[in-house]
Design a protein around this ligand. Sequence first.
Ligand SMILES: [Zn+2]
Length: 476
Amino acid sequence: MTLLWDRLDDVDGVIGGTRFRLYPQMPELEGFARPETVRVSPPPGTIGPGPFDGAMRVVDAVDKPAPYDFPYMPPYRGPTFPPATPGPDGHFDRIPENSRQFLAAHMYGSVRFTLDVWEAYLGRPVAWYQPHDGFVVELVPEVGWDNAHAGIGFIEAGGRLNKAGAYQRFALNFDVLAHEVGHTLLFSELGIPTIDGLTPQFLAFHESMSDLVALIAMLHFESTLDELIDATGGNLYVQNFLNRIGELSHNEQIRIASNDAKMQDLASLRLTPEGEWIDPTGQGRKGHDLGQPLTGAIFDILVEIYQDGLAHRGLIPHDLDPRGWDRDSVAASLGRFQSVYEGEMSQHRGAFIDALIEARDVVGFALALTWQRLSPGHLSFARVAETFLDVMAEIGQAHNLPAFAENFLERGIDVRETQQVAMPPSRSAPYLVRWRWMRRRATEVRPDSTMRATLDVPEAYARVYGMFSHSFRLEM
Ligand SMILES: [Zn+2]
């Protein structure tokens, strides 16, 4: 197994890649009016007009009236706008922001940037669906639809009017695009369950993980890190654009990553075999809502690791060390936190950002490893949480495991009783296994009802994709 830090060296390893300009957040948000210049992995000169990099191509359809819906599938064969083209140096960073081509470049850049981040955590390229040789993923930046979605071999984006009456294109919304990339890479890593193995928690897991894919990817923008640390004074417990991103960007994609949702509150939610959600409480809750406890627990774990990093760097005094505190205790001390954090942050800003980057990468890497070990059939949050804790123990977070487990338990996500057993430190892997959690029940039947993307199951994929109804995201 590759060492964590060896692999993480690659996360930002696109030096020499092609430049694009992306909005990390909707440009309406304070601090994000200007796009940030980033690099994506293909070297300059290898991305052609479209953009097209051999694996995916932006097809800027003129007046595409409806989204793809099986059996209506790519490729799009109608008229298209002129493609975005690179400058003489091979980069796409000089396209005017108000041009049609910026839309195409922004969509491609956002998708490739997200993939670069997650391929580094996964340690290998993400295999897009390959229904046949020569298959190219199609990115459609504008379709006549107030939504965005991913499917077999495509991502397409619509747009809608915001509260102020301005038309917002989802192709300019990194959060929306990264969430859709999240669905595609989860399908690539896990496959799909067979009908008898499909659980409501599988669909909710997909939404939760796709939210986290977007959140972690967004933390790879320098401007996001700067804004986040400055806007919060380094205290991630205060409400900020990261944990309230869905609210501020009005797309409800990530909603409130820092939330109080518990499984008990969602116990009555049901899924019909046709994929319809039934909420007997009349609140109209669906898969995104069921995913909120999982998202919230993992967000709290990210903050726990960040706090741990601050403590190790000597940046928070002992009596204000909130590691392991519950949310209420933290809330009660928020005022004291803020003055201490702001004082420290003004002197040690770089160290705060380093702690945040470290927390981001530990969680990203742990999620990627977790997906690689999960089977989609009969998936439950408990299995996700247990796998995630196993992974965390292996990558050097054993000292935080009780706090992490508490984060899941507080949400009503059952983590089986475990006991810690000392393991000798590995000579070849000093950051890795020092502790291993031994399951009290070590053996169990693990149903493995899995389908992988093959030529003969596009209908099965379309069926599962069709269960990700995103229309309610637009409710405000
Ligand atoms: Zn989704």
